[in-house]
Design a protein around this ligand. Sequence first.
Ligand SMILES: C[S@@+](CC[C@H](N)C(=O)[O-])C[C@H]1O[C@@H](n2cnc3c(N)ncnc32)[C@H](O)[C@@H]1O
Length: 329
Amino acid sequence: MSSGPEALQKVFKTLSDPTRIRILRLLEQEELIVGELMNILGMAQSRVSRHLAILREAGLLTDRRDGTFVAYRLALPEDGPWADAWALSRAAFADDPTAKRDDTLLRQALAARKARALSGRSFFDEVGPEWDALRTVFGDDLLRARATATLVPPRLRVADIGTGTGVLALELADLGLDVIGIDQSGAMLEAARDKAAELAPATPGRIEFRTGDAHALPLEDASVDAAFGHMVLHSLAEPGRAIQEMARIVRPGGQVVLVDFLLHDHTWMAQELGLLWLGFEEAQLRDWITEAGLVAPRLRRYASEAKRDLPASFVATAHRPSGADGADG
Ligand SMILES: C[S@@+](CC[C@H](N)C(=O)[O-])C[C@H]1O[C@@H](n2cnc3c(N)ncnc32)[C@H](O)[C@@H]1O
């Protein structure tokens, strides 16, 4: 190819499309097949193939048949202004976020290729039961809980008793639920309202905070689908009465969800964190739940996942009988 004006025009035309520069950057680093380019670029086959055809026509690619696939690689022509033009183009993309993302996805594509090549067996066939030790890299329990929580039907109306700064209330509103957060502390509610105002535009559920006492809730009978008491029972003079109040405000068939510590001997928590109760015994909780007229109680125990020594917790659920419950409970 000559280095006259015509040749220069072809160089500029070929390199005028950012997608083609992205493809060339990738093919300079690795030999890739169309499917891999599609995954990295997030583009359909027709688009990737069209760009490859232009690059091939410009003489910038070598291709090699590998079984049923064709693998491409960048091969700059020795003559003409290609080397200079390519050096300029590549430098222009050095700090480009899309190019950085392409590089990350390229590494993933190469890792996937390596996994496929493992003597016909998948990476996962090789790893088998060791996976549980490896999988911690892929996300924590919270992430799985978030995924599971997406199953909650939206627009349920729920109450969060002892909402504090509204952490749970905001999470519930984020799932699309309508939430009433209740607390007796003005300072806590002020912090909760500030947070809600900040997040409101992005929160699908409605959220309202009310001042009130857990022992005499400012809510009508059977006015919510569920009532939560998250780490509040231990702050209350009469937890049993608060559970009765929660049972009163949920509709028939509605659920009460209690989360708190199991009985423990961390007396420092009473002094430093104002706990009135050092956790609860399962039998005591079940008595309170039954006395409140709730049925089908279920209690799960969870060891603390914190690095330091902290008490185990429980999540207890029970529901208000509905017509369908019969002898349930
Ligand atoms: C340990 S904090 C937990 C806050 C929140 N649920 C959370 O998990 O982050 C206990 C909350 O219960 C509130 N509280 C204590 N006694 C209460 C009562 N009798 N009625 C309503 N709220 C109460 C406190 O003001 C405080 O916000």
